[in-house]
Design a protein around this ligand. Structure first.
Ligand code: A3P
Length: 320
């Protein structure tokens, strides 16, 4: 998009309310270009379009929601700040991993694009779920680094379903309904395959600026991914850091077991979007496993979703 496509700030609500709306998930979603968004998020995406100014030294963490964004935030925050904090007295032990890295399009307590602009010193670490084609102007060309994280769509779907049903006691979306909506590409920030494909293709063209990671790859060897990320970010581990086990420390600090053992992950609320969206701190952690989909959908459903994704990604070289 270019900023000219986006209406002035005061007309945004009218613009959004005229877009196609569909119900089915915990909250109705609005379609903008080919993607589906929560209306509050869409408003902030359009605002970011006008207000967000990327910097060449920004580190942007991008992911389809429920792909492990929280984990990626923790990892990159720990890698980038490893000289600043000791592992025994680290901010991640007392602050929610979601809160140490602000989102470009999701203003929370003291974060959000206007505050990001004025208050965060460089180099900034920012997160986003915005599809590449809808990122604010110059984000992909200003020289900043983008880390994209994807995950087996079947596990994303199961994680999404549980997340949606955690919003309120009344939310009770069935697996069957979630499955058919997801297979149509109708999910928050979906279709998932277009989201992944855009970042994947950009990572092939500009590998020094966009790295494409998979959740399963981090699960298999988190220490190796810590090294890989540090190198990509231009801050490779030194020989001395290697000898003192820094990569292992980062991986341990950010592990599911460590983060879920912390009080800050268990109580309270993180994530406010204005006063409109509250999410329990604990909702960002569930099982943290690869392949949990098999406990929630049939083999046949799994194969059907795989076939859809394969077809949508045909020719891209990206496989799950
Ligand atoms: P599950 O619901 O499958 O357990 P996001 O952060 O993008 O919302 O993704 C949430 C998913 O990542 C959840 O998946 C959550 O449990 C998992 N997750 C969060 N922190 C993790 C960590 N440190 N290691 C592995 N998985 C993690």
């Amino acid at each position: 998009t270019s900023p000219e496509d986006v209406p002035p700030k005061k007309c945004l609500d009218d613009f959004i309310s005229a877009l196609p709306t569909r119900e089915g998930w915990a909250r109705p979603l609005i379609q903008y270009k080919k993607y589906w968004f929560n209306p509050v998020m869409l408003k902030h995406i359009l605002l970011a379009e006008q207000a967000f100014v990327p910097r060449a030294d920004d580190i942007i963490l991008a992911a389809q929601p429920k792909s492990g964004t929280t984990w990626l935030k923790a990892l990159v925050f720990a890698i980038a700040n490893r000289a600043r904090y000791s592992f025994s007295d680290h901010p991640l032990l007392t602050r929610h991993a979601q809160d140490v890295v602000p989102y470009i399009e999701i203003p929370g307590a003291g974060t959000g694009h206007s505050d990001i602009e004025s208050s965060l010193p460089s180099p900034r670490i920012l997160a986003t779920h915005i599809p590449l084609s809808l990122l604010p102007p110059h984000t992909t060309t200003c020289g900043c680094r983008i880390v994209y994280l994807c995950r087996d769509p079947k596990d994303v779907l199961v994680s999404r379903l549980h997340f949606e049903n955690s919003f309120t006691k009344a939310s009770n979306i069935s697996m069957d309904n979630a499955f058919s909506m997801f297979c149509e590409g109708f999910s928050p920030y979906g279709p998932l395959w277009d989201h992944c494909r855009e970042y994947w293709e950009a990572s092939l063209v500009r590998p020094n600026h966009i790295i494409f990671l998979k959740y399963e790859e981090i699960k298999a060897d988190p220490v190796q991914v810590v090294r890989k990320l540090a190198t990509f970010l231009g801050i490779p581990l030194t020989q001395e850091e290697e000898s003192s086990g820094v990569a292992q420390e980062v991986a341990r600090l950010c592990s599911f077991e460590m983060l879920t053992s912390l009080q800050v992950s268990k109580v309270g609320v993180t994530h406010h979007v204005g006063n409109e969206v509250y999410v329990r701190s604990s909702s960002f952690y569930r099982k943290g496993k690869v392949g949990d989909w098999a406990n929630h959908m049939s083999q046949e459903m799994g194969e059907k979703l795989d076939a859809i994704v394969e077809e949508k990604l045909k020719g891209s070289g990206l496989v799950f």
